[in-house]
Design a protein. Sequence first.
Length: 413
Amino acid sequence: MPLDPSRTVAELRELRELTGDENGAQRVAWTDTWERARDWLREKVDGTGAEEEVDAAGNQWFTLRGASDRALLIGGHIDSVPNGGWLDGCLNVMAGVEVLRRIAGDGEPPLTVRLVNWADEEGARFGRSLFGSSAAAGSMADQDELRAKVDAAGVALPDALSAHGVDLDRALEARAQVESAAAYLELHIEQGPVLESIDLPLGVVLGTFGVERQLVTFRGQAAHAGSTPMDRRRDALAGAAKLELEIREIARRTGGGAVCTMGGVVTKPGIVTSVVETAECLLDQRHLDAATLASMLGEAKRASERFAREESIDVEWERIWSIEPILFDETLIALADEAIREVAGQSHRLPSGPLHDAAEIARAGIPTVMIFVQSLRGLSHTKLEDTKPEQLELSVQALDLLTSKVLGSALPQ
């Protein structure tokens, strides 16, 4: 069957109608709508000869047998955030379906080709991103924490998984699925403004940013808002406010794509008639270089201590989560560059700020690369998320050409 990129765009629109509403995509993992999408995907793959399997972590695999048991993996995720966009994750999957159709029509491939729909990339319901891919990569080391997670309705994560046929205690058995993997390819919308700003449709991803996520707590003294003079206050929020402004300067000074975000501040007692006693801040810092990321963290800590002294308050830091920068495979980056230039005339290399399943697979030692397609206005995780149809079609062509290059290269067979 010849490649038909326009069919991918039509199927993405069909999925949007099936699993979205006026607010956007509603394919949150471990829900009925998510299962409806997986059933729909199963129907789309039917006819290619690919065999379906759902592994111990809930990942959905479609395997087209080749001359070798060594496998080329093409991956994505069909789950979304609540009120999400129509392309995030599912473009990867549906472009992979179209490539699988083309390969199946050409006869037996030299390597086995496997399309994977990773389970719960977003972590939208329980706050644990990259669930299925981390289980397959063998990097899921937070089983005890996962058992304690509950959603907004009070449903425990293990119970939600069980309702969809997944036993948390067996999730790491998914590791067997990637033991024969020779390479992993992933196509994704950029979710940022870089490609649009330079008027290019496609780019090659160098790797994913490392992340440092911290809880920063400033502690002062509650006092009456009316009777406490300004120069006698120990206002915890003042320290948090100064840190929020300083992290922007840290990112600016660092450069190289550095980003710092204070994503939440909770104050106590949290009433207008009291000086703030405690301010808990969530800080997220990202960079592609590990040493630079560590330096950014050190700068933020030293600044917070300076602000604490200035405001006569205390400050404490607690690491919530971190992941090292993940660099993708240089050989695959070169092949992706070639593929993009052949279909679009020009390529661009850029890092990824958001995390992706590809990062977990690369951590497992599997050669990995991603292709980005332009996002209009740089928007994602919103119903406003969009990409021009002609660029979506180019991205399918690029993924297909990259797949052909990889299958024809000297990968272990």
